[in-house]
Design a protein around this ligand. Sequence first.
Ligand code: PMP
Length: 368
Amino acid sequence: MSFGIDDLPIRDELRGKSPYGAPQLDVPVQLNTNENPYELPAELVARIAERVADAARTLNRYPDRDAVELRTELAAYLTRTGKHPVSRENVWAANGSNEVIQQLLQTFGGPGRTAIGFEPSYSMHALIARGTGTGWISGPRREDFRVDVEAAEQAIAENAPDVVFITSPNNPTGTAVEAETVLALYEAAQAAKPSLVIVDEAYVEFSHRDSLLPLIEGRPNLVISRTMSKAFGAAGLRLGYLAAHPAVVDAVQLVRLPYHLSAVTQATALAALEHTDTLLGYVEQLKAERDRLVAEVRAIGYEVTESDANFIQFGKFEDSHTAWQKILDQGVLVRDNGVPGWLRVTAGTPAENDAFLEAVRALKKEQH
Ligand code: PMP
């Protein structure tokens, strides 16, 4: 046996674990990581080049540590689309919402503390918890993948976690969470501890429902987490952000690395925000494609979970891994998230979705 990770003096809780990551396979149709399928428009690419060139001249200096201009523009975007006014003091940004969540867990979780999520959900919540030494509690979900409010309240009361994750729309199921559910769980979490409640809205621009942003009003322990990776079609940029009471923004400064957001990242994100309307135009197309996928996959004879995201969860398969492989054999990469019986596919371009539907039709025929 060759020398490996477990021969190193790594932390005990990391022993035998695998890193997070979907397979990055070279396949014609890649619908496995909930990316936006559209490349950035030429005008935006030109604007990015311009702003980055500007930033490049002063790369001898550290970037704006507090990302003031960027946070101001993100606040303007949230105010415009979220039906609730927020200002720069309410907003914090980092390298992807994964880093936002990591900073929140470093601040509000950590050794001797716990976080709860209602699973199946975004598996990075548990992994970031582990990486920050935060204990993880797997809370329940109903058979239809909606949050079971009573069971969730009970789990919060029993465990008194320090952090509560609510993902809306949820990944990988696509399920949105009602405002009343968030309010009930927030109350339960405050009564039990009080604890920080993080609403992960990575996919909210694709939802039939409004953002839960207005709920931060008068609730200093509620955080909304967002990203430019999905709706803005900028997964490669690595830009996530949060909206919360200004005290939360002050608190995460205690753990953020100084100058964590590079000048290049800030310049690129600002250029993308200048083109918000164009980018949100793609969101409308993707929502229509998502709805088409739901209807057509059901017509083929599979079940589809109600989706408010840019992806759908479909099944049920006796063996979801074999089904995943058969779809892959036809040149279409979808995601097996380990939810028994179910697979997830991201809404792509109309042509990509047609290729996926063709593959699923063939799979159905074969199963009969
Ligand atoms: N939250 C959820 C629910 C996600 O699905 C993802 C990406 N898959 C993220 C957060 C992280 O996205 P990013 O770090 O690219 O902002």
